[in-house]
Design a protein around this ligand. Structure first.
Ligand code: BGC
Length: 346
């Protein structure tokens, strides 16, 4: 079968390879790939800046934003041939740490977790893959190709879950409005969940052209190119851009919570007054925290959020579908791209 593989650490080693069928040791459910979402992490791995091959191997099968149909599954495992499914990215560490032992591998304490298509485990970028039933989720069949948005939705489902858990410290905390910075796929999906929760949503992006402003408006949210005048209860930061991060940290309402969900590349130093930030945070009980990955509960929440989302709106997030044999095009960055998807059915 064909698979997209890379040699982690070696820039541009990516190729469409012929590989052996997925081993049973990957899981008892055999899935035929329908689509694979491409994200910034994949591009970092392709550039040789991130990613680890499975132990004893040279190359890693890329891909963690999966969508497929069950091809074969053991009896009574909860899955049957034809189910529309997506696989979970992370696997608990082998120790396991207390978090992984409790099923919250997204909070792994010792860094020995593995991740499909990213860290020491082959990914989902192959025509067939296998998954353990405990790490696979069913999607509403009517989502069809839109189910490829499951993984990024799980990441923001976690961000929202943790914001609300932290908010609980204020007992009667009733957030009214929230700001999402960055109208990429992650930001838009974060705004979608906020809108589903009935919050007044604001989304910041520098792009006034293309589909992003329209998608924001279609959620009933307000599109901004500057943060002037905003004082949100909640911020979900999805740009990873240092100036935006600095700006949002000093801007929340009392008891406000900033979730950092975008990964920065680092290397850019900005002068800023840590004492001033400290003063504002202490005197107004503000929180800034980071969030990555997702556990099974977050995938379940993501499946629910996608099932009740407007299908036309979700379709607007997938701006390009590239057939597998033209995979190079999927890695290009183009103006107006939101989510680019490799199509395994074309
Ligand atoms: C994925 C996460 C993963 C993170 C770090 C992100 O692109 O969505 O699931 O934990 O990269 O490897």
């Amino acid at each position: 079968m064909r698979a997209l593989t890379v040699k982690p650490g070696t820039p541009n080693s990516i190729q469409l390879d012929a590989v052996a069928p997925p081993p049973e040791s990957d899981g008892s459910v055999l899935v035929r790939a329908l689509a694979l979402g491409i994200c910034g992490t994949d591009r970092e791995i392709v550039a040789g800046d991130y990613g680890w091959a499975p132990e004893g191997q040279d190359r890693l099968i890329l891909g963690h934003e999966s969508l497929g149909r069950v091809e074969a599954a053991p009896d009574d495992c909860g899955f049957a041939k034809g189910d529309l499914v997506a696989g979970i990215v992370r696997r608990p560490d082998p120790v396991p740490c207390p978090a992984c032992a409790a099923g919250v591998w997204d909070m792994c304490r010792n860094g020995q977790y593995t991740e499909r298509g990213i860290k020491e485990r082959n990914g989902y970028g192959s025509e067939y893959f296998r998954v353990e039933p405990d790490f696979l989720l069913k999607l509403d069949p009517s989502l069809d190709i839109l189910g490829v948005l499951m993984e990024p939705t799980s990441v923001v489902a976690k961000a929202w879950d943790h914001v609300l858990r932290i908010g609980d410290r204020a007992r009667a905390w009733t957030p009214r409005n929230a700001l999402v910075t960055g109208a990429g796929p992650v930001g838009l999906l974060a705004a979608m969940i906020g809108a589903q929760r009935g919050l007044e949503m604001h989304v910041l992006d520098r792009n006034t052209e293309g589909p992003k402003p329209k998608l924001v408006k279609a959620l009933g949210a307000t599109f901004h190119t500057s943060l002037d005048g905003l004082c949100p209860d909640i911020v979900i930061e999805c740009t990873g851009a240092p100036t935006v991060i600095l700006d949002v940290m000093g801007r929340t309402a009392p008891d406000g919570i900033v979730c950092l969900a975008g990964v920065s590349s680092g290397g850019r130093k900005l002068p800023f007054d840590i004492g001033d930030l400290n003063r504002a945070m202490v005197l107004e009980n503000r929180v800034v925290f980071g969030s990555v990955n997702a556990n099974r509960d977050h995938y379940a929440a993501a499946a629910e959020a996608l099932a009740k989302a407007d299908r036309k709106w979700l379709a607007g997030l997938i701006t390009r579908r590239v057939p597998l044999e033209r995979w190079q095009e999927a890695l290009e960055r183009r103006d107006d791209d939101i989510k680019v998807v490799l199509d395994f059915t074309a």
